[in-house]
Each structure stands twice: as structure tokens, then as C-alpha cells.
Write a protein that binds this ligand. Structure first.
Ligand SMILES: Cc1cc2nc3c(=O)[nH]c(=O)nc-3n(C[C@H](O)[C@H](O)[C@H](O)COP(=O)(O)O)c2cc1C
Length: 187
């Protein structure tokens, strides 16, 4: 099953990078499929280590996807890497094999460490809607303007109906990013 994580890596100078990544989740092995254009792909292949953070903090998904922020973190235990401070739980990963296509890498990682801070509460429609809107915002070039606006309206309705302030703030950041992207392209 693909689980949406905030994936952390270090670059060659040791600077942490955070990005949402859907990973194929297993207890012993995790498979990451980053596009080759991402920092995550470059860092993971160069260092051989990463951390898959599971969190319900949707603003962190938005910020790490759309703004180049270094999220609050602390050192991982079993790999050279960092854990997102807002992680409910996480897996520390060592790369065992990588295959690359023109677009993506498929990176098989062994779970070499793990940690837990708090329970993941459960399903929440507003949080799922923010995650979907963030995915949309990272793939705007693949859709036409009408589709983007329609999807954004649909997710916005769910967030307004079922979310709290945290989800509304996170969604507004995505909506602002999308509006700016469309207006830069003459929309
Ligand atoms: C929930 C979610 C899942 C994502 N999964 C992937 C993924 O599996 N592979 C990928 O390359 N990008 C994925 N993305 C897009 C990246 O997070 C986005 O391109 C990000 O800016 C890459 O950051 P980086 O260059 O710092 O690694 C996902 C985005 C979201 C919101």
C-alpha cells in the first residue's frame, strides 16, 4: 500500500530536505519512487539514506511541497539523517538497490530504525482534501485551467465543511499557490 509520507534526506553538505513522497510501505522494506528532478531523488541516491515520516500535520505537507522550507527536526538514530519533529512515527531507511528510468527512480530501502511519538488519529476528510489539493498543486502543468479550478473548488468545499483552522490555513496556502501559478500564465 502506498502511504503518503514526508520524506527527509540530507544533501552533500548535510542540509536537510523535506518533501512529500508516497512510498510503498512494508515492515522490513520501503520503496520510494521519486522523480529524478527532485532533491529527494538526488540526495537519496547520493547518500544512500532517508527517513519516511508519517504525520497528520497537513501544513507540513503543503510547506515541504510548495515552499522550500527546512521543517523542524531532530537527528535520526540509525542513519545519517533527520526526523520531522511533527512525525507521529517514522522509519529510518538505508538504500539497498535503485533502478532508474528517464523520469523516475525506484529506490528499494531496508528499514534499519524506527520511532514513535504519538498516535496517528485516523481518517479526516479535510486533511485528505488538503493532501489531494497539494498533489494537484505539484502537478499543475499536467492539467488544464478548468480542471484545476474545479478540483480546487471541490477540495475547498470539503475543507470548509469538515476542517478546523489548521486545515483551512493549509488549504488557503495551496489555493494561493495555485492562483498565482495560473495568473503567471495569463489566467
Ligand atoms: C502527497 C504527495 C505525494 C507525493 N509523492 C511523490 C512521489 O512519490 N514522487 C515524487 O517524485 N514526487 C512526489 N510528490 C511531489 C513532490 O513532493 C514535489 O515535487 C516536491 O516539490 C519535491 O521536493 P524536493 O525537490 O525537495 O524533493 C508528492 C507530493 C505530494 C503532495
Amino acid at each position: 500500500m502506498i502511504i503518503e509520507t514526508i520524506f527527509s534526506t540530507l544533501d552533500a553538505s548535510g542540509r536537510p530536505n523535506f518533501a512529500p513522497m508516497g512510498v510503498l510501505w512494508g515492515e522490513e522494506e520501503v520503496i520510494v519512487r521519486p522523480f529524478r528532478s527532485t532533491h529527494t531523488c538526488r540526495n537519496l541516491l547520493a547518500t544512500g539514506y532517508g527517513v519516511a515520516n508519517v504525520t497528520d500535520d497537513v501544513l507540513a505537507f503543503v510547506q515541504s511541497a510548495l515552499d522550500d522550507v527546512v521543517l523542524p527536526h531532530f537527528p535520526a538514530i540509525s542513519v545519517p539523517g533527520v526526523v520531522f519533529q511533527g512525525a507521529c512515527y517514522w522509519r529510518e531507511l538505508a538504500v539497498v538497490a535503485a533502478a532508474e528510468t528517464a523520469e523516475r527512480a525506484e529506490v528499494r530501502c531496508r528499514v534499519v530504525g524506527r520511532g514513535w511519538q504519538r498516535d496517528f488519529l485516523g481518517f479526516c476528510r479535510a486533511r485528505s482534501a488538503v493532501i489531494e489539493a497539494t498533489i494537484l498543486a505539484t502537478r499543475l502543468h499536467l492539467h488544464d485551467r478548468e480542471t484545476v479550478l474545479e478540483e480546487l473548488r471541490r477540495y475547498g468545499k470539503i475543507v470548509r465543511k469538515t476542517g478546523n483552522d489548521a486545515e483551512r490555513v493549509a488549504f488557503e496556502r495551496v489555493a494561493e499557490f495555485v492562483r498565482r501559478w495560473l495568473s503567471d500564465r495569463g489566467g
